[in-house]
Design a protein around this ligand. Structure first.
Ligand SMILES: CC(C)(COP(=O)(O)OP(=O)(O)OC[C@H]1O[C@@H](n2cnc3c(N)ncnc32)[C@H](O)[C@@H]1OP(=O)(O)O)[C@@H](O)C(=O)NCCC(=O)NCCS
Length: 173
């Protein structure tokens, strides 16, 4: 089940972030940073355990970044990240202060299913790169930038992303 994170989830969130930051798949965050921004996180809870995390960073002009997406290796390829992206896009659609979602990712097909398209990293505002100073890869970023315009979706009163197993199917209805 995808749900909004609470302060009690902070340690579990940090465990997953630490695990994936060791090989540079995710930016390291201190426990304090996570506690301060816990409202930005969604978690996937299964049998009272947090097995997936994802956060939304608003405030990049009218962009929102989907970041810190990670799923416990024991539970991958079961659609958990798909559900977390769906929850994130739904959350972003409720906001008035963003028009476009973006992500820097190693899992392009995962986001393509939701209509994200590959964009030139240089199109992203310069301040996005401040975070990159803390990344192991820094100047040699090997992630792909992808973005999704939220505007057409916001105009549809019943617009909701629908995570589907078949990538050929229409993803929004
Ligand atoms: C990337 C990650 C979040 C995917 O989580 P997941 O729950 O396994 O993803 P899903 O089960 O929802 O995957 C759905 C589809 O996305 C694609 N996909 C999933 N993981 C992928 C990956 N690592 N690379 C490329 N495509 C991927 C596949 O098409 C998959 O469909 P399939 O299982 O039918 O082949 C997970 O592998 C992870 O935590 N990786 C390490 C952290 C990381 O790289 N985070 C950055 C992501 S922005």
């Amino acid at each position: 089940m995808v749900r909004e994170a609470t302060l009690e989830d902070a340690h579990a969130i940090q465990n997953l972030i630490c695990f994936y930051s060791e090989d540079g798949k995710m930016l390291f965050r201190t426990l304090q940073e996570i506690e301060q921004s816990v409202a930005d996180f969604l978690v996937y809870e299964m049998n009272d355990e947090i097995v997936g995390i994802c956060s939304l960073k608003f405030g990049w002009d009218r962009l929102v970044e989907i970041r810190s997406l990670g799923v416990d290796p024991r539970y991958q390829r079961q659609g958990i990240a798909t559900q977390m992206i769906q929850g994130s896009v739904e959350r972003a659609l409720l906001r008035d202060d963003c028009d476009t979602a973006f992500v820097l990712t190693y899992a392009v097909p995962l986001f393509t299913r939701f209509g994200f398209e590959v964009v030139d990293k240089m199109q992203l505002p310069q301040k996005v790169w401040n975070d990159c100073k803390a990344c192991l890869h820094e100047e040699n970023c090997d992630e792909t930038a992808m973005s999704l315009s939220l505007l057409p979706l916001k105009k549809l009163p019943l617009a909701k992303p629908t995570a589907l197993k078949d990538p050929e199917e229409v993803l929004y209805s």
